[in-house]
Design a protein around this ligand. Sequence first.
Ligand code: AN7
Length: 362
Amino acid sequence: MSTSSADPAVATRGVWRGLLVEYADRMPIGADTPIVTLREGGTPLIHSEFLSELTGCDVHLKFDGVNPTGSFKDRGMTLAISKAKEAGAEAVICASTGNTSAAAAAYAAKAGLTAAVVVPKGRIALGKLAQAVIHGATVLQVDGNFDDALEVCRDLADRYPVELVNSVNPYRIDGQRTAAWEICDQLGRAPDLHLLPVGNAGNITAHWRGYREYHADGVIDALPVVHGFQAAGASPIVRGERVTSPSTIATAIRIGNPASWPHAVAAAEESGGSITAVSDRQILAAFRLSARHGVFAELASTAPIAGLLALHEQGRLPSGATVVCVLTGHGLKDPDWAVAGAGEPTTIPVDADRAARVLGLA
Ligand code: AN7
């Protein structure tokens, strides 16, 4: 028997309606804005016993990898595509290290818009490329890096009738503020420390803005200290100069000239935090450690865990602090790094006793 139509309370209980509905009062949308949603957001804040024990802090993982396209990019894309549709756009374009293109392709498909994505040739994870292709986007690869791809897209959007949906589009940043709001709503306060990866620096900009707005409105009574982490081989903000040939296994953040550079610096400075680098080795260790404790996030996503461990080793973590690490993308995006070095599984006949011997049970 169905009670859903008889009892509206039951019909809506626990149903997450997507960011533009859940946070409608804080979004730049009107009655005429078409809501293009895949029910993004509402991602879990997962308490990490192992990281808490290790650091003496109270550590939570905001797992944005469980968004509909597997990354935090959905938060900004629901708004950017809704606004593009409202404005009558027919085509959208973005440059991407992979996740933005996956989200743009999916939301454009949902909205009935045409999407084209420009990616650095041979440098995006297969899962992300697969998403762009299967959602029907036209994929162009440039012989260059993400920064080159973004340059092409900016120029294209300036001179041709196509809407740019990179985070230089302010609606992307507006949408991504929601991660900070969710964290506060879930904790009942702001964390003491907020840690996240930094690539093109849109997300750190958006999160800091989100926290400040909640603070200004009295929803939270203190602001977090924000620590951003770049990959050492792609750390222009840390070095204070553009990196022309960025290099890291964390391809999502392989970016040498971040579009929101000054905003990222402001977020770190105003919050009393920092932007520092973690090595590929530290990222890989954090990637494995996180997965061994149940959360499979993509390489770039685990930069804040690597950063947390580094801060701990440097004695820079206030004991007992409430810490949130934002894990921005899902590990399934790039399974190669998970199986690398794991070896072939053992093949057994259809025989439980053989299985038991292999498992050390007999
Ligand atoms: C998993 O998809 O830039 O500092 O083109 O995919 O806001 O750029 C992705 C970036 C962190 C960095 N974690 O965020 C793209 C792209 C993951 C990412 C970042 C990205 P920003």
